[in-house]
Design a protein around this ligand. Sequence first.
Ligand code: GH3
Ligand code: MG
Ligand code: MG
Ligand code: MG
Ligand code: MG
Length: 312
Amino acid sequence: AVIDPELVQEDEVIKHHEEQADPSTPLILVVEDEINMMSFLKDHLEEHYTVLVAASVQKAVSIFYNQKPDYVIVDIYLGEESGFELLQQIVQKARKNLIPTMLISADHSTDTRAKAYQSGAFDFLQKPIQPPELMAIIANRLRYKSIFTQQILIDELTGAYNRRFLQDELERQCSDFNRTRSAFSVAMIDIDRFKSVNDTYGHDTGDVILQGLSSTIMRDKRNSDLFIRYGGEEFTIIMPDTNSEEAEVLLERLRSSFESQRYKAGQSEISCTFSSGITTVQHHTSTPEQLLKEADIALYQAKEKGRNQVRQ
Ligand code: GH3
Ligand code: MG
Ligand code: MG
Ligand code: MG
Ligand code: MG
């Protein structure tokens, strides 16, 4: 029996959106055209993961690019199509985003296995699949991936995502917007007169303030908002599903909460402020470059108008 890919995908995508409330559950994409095999894999994987399924190369590619799974399992034999075709279309992005792929097949000849690894697959499993082995391989990969991701994507001092994350995420938001037409906003934040804080109280105090700002933001932002250290004392917040009014409310709240914090600096207590520029994609498509430029212009205006304020 062959799955109707249309039905399967719609169903699964909706499911994933509902489950997105828990972003800590890894997302596994399974590409398999045979319904018994599909449910078998799904049943086991769902004990630990959120599972998306696709029965064709085209559906798989679309889910892959839209949902960014954490791991991809691909059957080599997909009726008229082949898992190798799929791998070819996703391998570059998979590498860039550290998404491991597994090929599965009843054919486990040396040639097939070699071809699988040459095509970029990390793992190969021979059918019939043994669930403990499958689960152990995936668990290993995901553990490795999450440690590695922490190391390369998270800024050590502040715990914010580092800049590596920014371009990809902005591209993703822009392309989501083309699909959903749901507004999103981007804010640039720059600490005010930070150089003089460092000069007066020392770099360590400066570092504590950077950490203070980061904890404030990570506490007050929504789960879906992404907090990124753009560089030095500059940060970016990407706010999905957020129009300009909502973005301004959030940034204003962050601004006032940061302003009211006190930091120990030697004998004295000091406080600090930031300025922020917001831009929103609401009616028209945009590009990452354009968004950063607009947010930067708004930030510049906030500085010019006297700092410690939020501008659009
Ligand atoms: P403005 O209000 O115009 O933004 O003034 P500013 O002094 O904040 O601007 P400027 O860009 O001249 O200075 C930024 C300072 O941020 C300079 C640098 O010493 C400091 N800085 C950047 N990264 C770090 C860091 O990781 N730790 C500390 N302590 N300071 C940093
Ligand atoms: Mg098959
Ligand atoms: Mg700066
Ligand atoms: Mg500056
Ligand atoms: Mg500054």
